[in-house]
Design a protein. Structure first.
Length: 359
């Protein structure tokens, strides 16, 4: 087992004061660390300068999933707080959820008359909840809260221990191009784009492509054990239509770079390449109108990229699968050295933080 395969090789301390509790006031005004692999050059810019590092014919691939307001806050029958993160619908009215301290047979009470009975645990350790109504997606839109990362919620707790919810999170924890609801977390690399920046890129001859991967537990499931190669990603649903498949294929044939916005777009593109849907290395790519499926690809150093040429990403938590994927593109030691430089230059970290472009 090499250091690249050792989970502890992806652990590092970071300055907690650099944790971003809210996004930049203007999305594309955040900072951008640019690393060019071919020359080992490092640059520092603003995200709005992204076009300066791309070329006409490059294809920027966005994940247009929309985040569900899937965090529910209610009470137990005893009066104690009940907080849930709904992660997937099993049947109408039956959901799997993350939480703590619940018992089988317990009834949970939420605003507007919603109740849920705890039916037990799923094989993956999720709570199984039977609600008293079926349209839980509609209830989320009316009464739910954005599923902000735990470290943000923890920092935002008021003196009474209650989570402080910011009404701005409903829009700021969502990309401006979000279209298809289904994620339990934002594809955070995309939070920095504005409609104006996207228009500017297109006018410069850069192709904008869209696909969907619904971010689920697979992205955040902790790696257990010392050897990362034993980790199994939980599957997450993806979809891409014929128009966007054609854009990617055409860009590849012209020699344009495929620039993935985030690790979710990267895993989707690489899954499509493994299925020979967007491969141009031969004349045998499948001619299909659209593709839907489940992505469970775990990318770590040593992986040979078949589709993605460059990555736009945020700074990620230690020992996380997104960090390991970014290491597969940049190289583990190089990426961690870039993180150290970012710490020294006071880059803002994680979901609401600054961005990195790996070329």
């Amino acid at each position: 087992m090499t250091k690249d395969h050792l989970l502890s090789s992806y652990d590092f301390p970071y300055p907690e004061e650099l944790l971003a509790m809210e996004p930049s006031a203007v999305r594309d005004d955040c900072r951008l660390l640019v690393f060019e692999r071919a020359t080992d050059k490092i640059s520092h810019a603003r995200f709005r300068d992204l076009g300066d590092y791309l070329k006409p014919g490059d294809c920027v691939v966005l994940n247009e999933t929309k985040v569900l307001s899937c965090r529910l806050i209610g009470k137990k029958a005893s009066g104690g707080k009940a907080e849930l993160l709904l992660v997937r619908e099993i049947n109408p009215g039956l959901w799997a959820a993350l939480g703590s301290g619940f018992k089988k047979g317990q009834t949970l009470h939420f605003p507007a008359g919603l109740t849920a009975e705890v039916e037990g645990l799923s094989p993956d350790g999720e709570y199984l909840l039977r609600f008293n109504q079926e349209d839980i997606l509609g209830y989320m839109r009316r009464e739910g809260f954005p599923p902000l990362p735990p470290y943000i919620l923890k920092k935002r707790k008021n003196k009474n221990g209650a989570n402080v919810n910011d009404s701005k999170d409903g829009s700021s924890y969502q990309t401006v191009y979000a279209e298809h609801a289904g994620s339990i977390a934002a594809p955070t690399a995309g939070l920095h784009f504005t409609p104006e920046l996207l228009s500017q890129l297109e006018k410069a001859g850069i192709v904008i492509c869209r696909l969907t991967l619904h971010v689920g537990r697979g992205t955040f499931k902790p790696i257990e054990g010392p050897d990362i190669r034993s980790h199994q990603m939980l599957p997450e649903y993806f979809h891409i239509d014929r128009e966007n498949l054609s854009k990617i294929r055409d860009a590849q044939k012209r020699g344009g770079r495929i620039v993935a916005v985030g690790t979710t777009a990267t895993r989707t593109l690489e899954t499509l390449a493994m299925q020979r849907v967007i491969s141009v290395s031969s004349d045998h790519a499948q001619d299909v109108s659209e593709v839907s499926g489940l992505a469970d690809l775990f990318i770590y150093p040593g992986y040979e990229f078949r589709a993605v040429s460059a990555l736009i990403t945020n700074f990620h938590l230690p020992e996380s699968t997104p960090l390991i994927l970014a290491s597969a593109i940049a190289g583990r030691e190089k990426l961690l050295s870039l993180y150290q430089e970012a710490f020294l230059l006071r880059y803002r970290l994680f979901s609401y933080g600054d961005a990195m472009l790996i070329l």
